[in-house]
Design a protein around this ligand. Structure first.
Ligand SMILES: Cc1cc2nc3c(=O)[nH]c(=O)nc-3n(C[C@H](O)[C@H](O)[C@H](O)COP(=O)(O)OP(=O)(O)OC[C@H]3O[C@@H](n4cnc5c(N)ncnc54)[C@H](O)[C@@H]3O)c2cc1C
Length: 502
């Protein structure tokens, strides 16, 4: 019998498996897909590598939080990383405005670069960066500091990101530039809390890196290390039932009927999905309904473009473009008005030369846009292209509309394209297993912070949660979530000490 059965091999599942197997526990990770890693997965088209859910990572400079965590996971010196443009890792642009507004790495650099573009706004920009750092200080786990107070972080749970940014300057352009990397957390006006914005942008301002040839290397190295510590990882192992008896989870059942027993169970899948497959009367209906009723962050349409050789020069930045001076409401634009904006991520390949192999163009998209095909299921190698010709037509139509917008900024883009492939909310739904293809899971709401707060523990003493729905999404957010989950067994402060000593 395993000490820990972990459902899902997303980053949170793998990190938990690593921490627990390092402590000598016998762990088994069960993954429904062929490829491990959830949103760490990559895929290849026309020899170009595409990320599905990791376009860049923050906090990886020596001495920074994720660098230290990755040392503890024994992957830091194995990863192939490329530092992004220190003077403008993120470039924010708007229709009818030729200026490229830049987010720079390092807080002083961030202030100086942006002040050069908004000379009258130095004080507002300084106020903003001070606030971001102050908010982050209230979340000690993110600084890998011991967390001895249950109230830590509470101060900023119910402050609104968009309202705060609007309060520090009347310059609407600057407000939108400060929040310009909004798709990193799918922020919504008068909803997204300041701490979500702060914890995400802080990590990238500290330092920003791309994974050379994609983020799946994180999964590969973690998986190798877990196996070296005696852990097991199984693919094609979809959990369809979590079975409780006498107050404890006894086993999970796989799609083919196999039973996997364990002493503890960690769900790395969405809490709502967990509620749907658990067989128990030990969880109160109010708790179940809360988890089942939580709203998720939006989904997206993604256009993955293979570029003709030597046509498009690699740019060491990400691009966030908006049609309007309102970065907070793009997610709600649908139908004929779509797309309202987009972001472009250019993968860094290990091939020599100054040209890019590919680019991923992402624009928010609601599940409603693809509702007529919601009864279909398609992943590769299963059920490839099973959604029908009208779905393919829809995707081509949206891809071309997106390219019409991108062409305004990169006029020659169409001539650079060798081929492209697309992903819709249904693609993310089917690969990751969420109901609506949500990018980042449960959407946080400053008006109701406790409702969207998920504890790693449940009323069933041997059932736990980990993954992006716990603390936050993103590589750092999920890592902090895994520390919270495994802290329940290893001792949180003990674990933090071990990480800091790695
Ligand atoms: C388009 C996109 C872009 C992103 N860009 C970035 C970025 O640039 N930087 C960054 O830091 N973060 C980014 N993120 C966020 C980041 O990728 C995620 O927050 C993180 O990878 C989620 O990890 P997780 O542990 O929650 O697991 P997930 O990735 O959600 O994986 C869950 C796993 O569980 C498996 N599973 C589901 N149901 C079952 C079942 N019943 N049985 C067995 N297995 C099951 C799934 O197949 C999947 O492998 C992005 C996400 C998306 C979608």
């Amino acid at each position: 019998m395993y000490d820990f059965v972990i459902i899902g091999s997303g980053l949170g599942g793998l990190e938990s498996a690593y921490m627990l197997s390092k402590e000598g526990y016998k762990v088994c990770v069960l993954e429904k897909n062929r490829q491990l890693g959830g949103s760490l997965q990559i895929f290849v088209r026309d020899k170009a590598i595409f990320d599905t859910g990791i376009h860049y990572i923050g906090g990886l400079d020596e001495g920074q939080n994720l660098n230290q965590c990755f040392k503890y996971f024994d992957i830091m010196d194995k990863l192939k990383l490329h530092k992004m443009d220190e003077d403008g890792f993120d470039v924010i642009t708007f229709d009818n405005d030729p200026v490229e507004y830049k987010h720079a790495q390092g807080y002083d650099n961030f202030v100086e670069r942006l002040t050069a573009q908004f000379p009258k706004e130095r004080e507002a920009i300084k106020t903003y960066v001070n606030k971001i750092q102050e908010v982050c200080d209230y979340f000690p786990l993110y600084q890998l500091k011991e967390n001895n107070s249950p109230s830590v972080g509470i101060k900023y749970l119910d402050d609104c990101a968009s309202d705060y940014i609007a309060s520090i300057t009347d310059d609407v352009k600057l407000q939108n530039v400060l929040a310009g990397s909004n798709p990193l957390y799918a922020g919504e006006a008068h909803k997204t809390p300041i701490y979500v914005h702060a914890l995400v942008v802080n990590t990238y301002i500290e330092s920003s890196y791309k994974c050379i040839d994609g983020g799946a290397q994180i999964e590969r190295h973690l998986s190798r290390n877990i196996k070296a510590q005696g852990g097991e990882i199984r693919n094609y192992a979809e959990v369809v039932k979590i079975v409780e008896k006498d107050g404890f989870i006894r086993h999970v059942e796989l799609k083919d009927g196999e039973i996997v027993e364990g002493k503890h169970f960690i769900s790395n899948i969405h809490p709502a999905n967990t509620m749907e497959i658990i067989e128990t009367d030990k969880l109160k209906n109010a708790y179940r309904h809360r988890l089942l009723g939580l709203k998720n962050s939006t989904s997206a349409f993604i256009l993955d473009v293979v570029l003709k050789p030597n046509t498009f020069k690699y740019r060491n930045n990400n691009f966030y473009h908006y049609k309007r001076d309102d970065v907070w409401s793009s997610a709600h634009v649908t139908g004929k008005d779509w797309p309202d904006g987009y972001c472009i991520f250019i993968p860094k390949s290990s091939k020599p030369g100054e040209y890019a192999d590919s680019m991923s163009i992402l624009s928010y998209m609601q599940l409603e846009e693809v509702k007529e095909w919601e009864d279909s299921f398609a992943t590769i190698p299963h059920n490839r292209d099973k959604r029908g010709d009208d779905y393919e037509e829809f995707k081509i139509n949206r891809a071309e509309r997106l390219l019409d917008e991108v062409e305004k900024k990169f006029p020659d883009i169409r001539q650079c394209i060798k081929s492209y492939t697309t992903a819709t909310p249904l693609t993310y739904r089917d690969y990751i297993g969420t109901k609506d293809g949500s990018l980042y899971g449960i959407a946080k709401d400053y008006k109701d912070p406790v409702r969207t707060f998920i504890s790693p523990t449940t009323k069933i003493p041997n059932l736990f949660f980990t993954g992006q729905n716990l603390s936050m999404h993103g590589v750092l957010g999920v890592t902090v979530g895994a520390i919270r989950t495994c802290g329940a067994f290893i001792g949180q402060n003990n674990l933090i000490n071990k990480i800091n000593k790695a």
